[in-house]
Structures are given as structure tokens and as C-alpha cells.
Design a protein around this ligand. Structure first.
Ligand SMILES: Cc1cc2nc3c(=O)[nH]c(=O)nc-3n(C[C@H](O)[C@H](O)[C@H](O)COP(=O)(O)O)c2cc1C
Length: 201
């Protein structure tokens, strides 16, 4: 089949987010100017540069109690920092609980009973038990076409790696099984890894 997005797909559910898969999940922790804390998952997320290391996530749509955006972006606009927490399979249910459309004053660390620790380089909390955390300073927020579509870019200023995830000097994903987002309500986890050598190296 072929469809133009503006004409609709004619399927029971939008296939778009089942096409670009699997997506990593950036579990984003932020702090507002008033000190309130927030935690929410974003699968329009990725790393985008090595030197300096940079990441992005995209926020789509808005909450009624925020001015045209969601809590995460609103907090980042106020404080210019955020932390990306890596989600392992074992954290799937608590991660999902933090995705609810909770009022802005709800602290999802408390709501989902997620242990927090202070970041080293930014004034924000991180998920204490995550396989890895990337402390980030905002570089730019880019407005995209459509209502409330923005991309947040950040430079990584601190990296935490959980000790048990390091094996023979490698950050070994088989030690924790990263959770990935598929389409619809589907997820996957990485359980098998194979190598492909690149030509000319
Ligand atoms: C696995 C997962 C991935 C998600 N990815 C995104 C995303 O990329 N962009 C987005 O705007 N919302 C995404 N959501 C929905 C947000 O997590 C949800 O709207 C949440 O309430 C936003 O929280 P906040 O207002 O505290 O930032 C995702 C939800 C789940 C469960």
C-alpha cells in the first residue's frame, strides 16, 4: 500500500511509529525553577554527536496544565538541564507508570517509587539504579511544523555507568537488556548481540 500522510492511512491504527523501530527510550528527568522534579519516557530520542557528546529528544503534543508543551520541556526551558536515564527491561513497568498524563506538580520519582540521586554536573536528579545516565545541558530547542512539536538538544556533561554493566572494559548491553519501543503498545528487549566488522578498519 501507499499513502500520503495528509490523506490518512485507512488502517485501524497509525503505522508511523511501527515503521521507525526499534527506538531507544530516553527516560528524561528534569527539575523546574521551583525545584519540582519530573521523570518521563521519550522514544523520539537518540544520540546525535560524539565530540562533544550530544543527544536529542522530541516532545509532541501538550498538557492542559502547561503552556503548549509537556512538563519535561517546560522544566528544561526554565532550568536548561536534563538527565537521560537508560531503561532496562526490568524497569519497564515503572517506566510506563511515569508516562501517565499526571498533573505538573506530580513527581514521578515518588509516583513510581523510583530511587533518585543527585547529578554531578547539573542541578537535577537521575534514576539511581539505571544502567547509565547522561547528564545534559540544553543547547537548543527547535520548533518543528505542527502543534507543540519540539526537539530538545543537549550536550552531555557527565556520564554514569552502573558498575555491573561494565564487562572487560565494555558497556555490555547483555548485562541489562535495554528496553526498546516498537509501534503501538509493543516493546522489545535486546537479548542477543552479534558483531559485524566494518570494511577498511
Ligand atoms: C515508551 C514511551 C515513549 C514515549 N515517547 C514519547 C516521545 O518520544 N515524545 C512524546 O512527546 N511523548 C512520548 N511518550 C509519552 C510521554 O511519556 C507522556 O506524554 C508523558 O506524560 C510526558 O510527561 P511529562 O509531561 O512529564 O514530560 C512516550 C511514552 C512512552 C510510554
Amino acid at each position: 500500500m501507499f499513502y500520503r500522510p495528509e490523506d490518512g492511512h485507512g488502517l485501524p491504527h497509525n503505522p508511523f511509529n511501527a515503521i521507525v523501530t526499534p527506538r531507544p527510550i530516553g527516560w528524561i528527568s528534569t527539575r523546574g525553577a521551583d525545584g519540582s522534579e519530573n521523570l518521563a519516557p521519550y522514544s523520539f530520542f537518540n544520540a546525535v554527536a560524539y565530540v562533544p557528546p550530544q543527544v536529542m529528544f522530541a516532545s509532541t503534543s501538550a498538557k492542559p496544565d502547561r503552556d503548549g508543551t509537556k512538563d519535561s520541556v517546560a522544566n528544561i526551558r526554565e532550568t536548561s538541564v536534563f538527565c537521560v536515564n537508560v531503561v532496562e527491561y526490568a524497569m519497564r513497568d515503572v517506566m510506563n507508570l511515569t508516562s501517565g498524563p499526571w498533573p505538573r506538580e506530580v513527581d514521578e520519582f515518588n509516583k513510581a517509587d523510583v530511587a533518585r540521586e543527585a547529578c554531578e554536573t547539573i542541578a537535577c536528579s537521575r534514576v539511581a539504579d539505571a544502567p547509565a545516565n547522561l547528564e545534559c545541558r540544553l543547547t537548543q530547542i527547535v520548533q518543528l511544523p505542527g502543534d507543540a512539536n519540539v526537539v530538545v538538544f543537549g550536550e552531555v556533561t557527565g556520564v554514569h555507568l552502573r558498575d555491573d554493566c561494565l564487562r572487560d572494559g565494555l558497556f555490555d548491553v547483555t548485562t541489562f537488556q535495554p528496553l526498546t519501543r516498537l509501534g503501538y503498545r509493543d516493546y522489545s528487549r535486546i537479548t542477543e548481540v552479534f558483531r559485524i566488522e566494518r570494511p577498511g578498519e
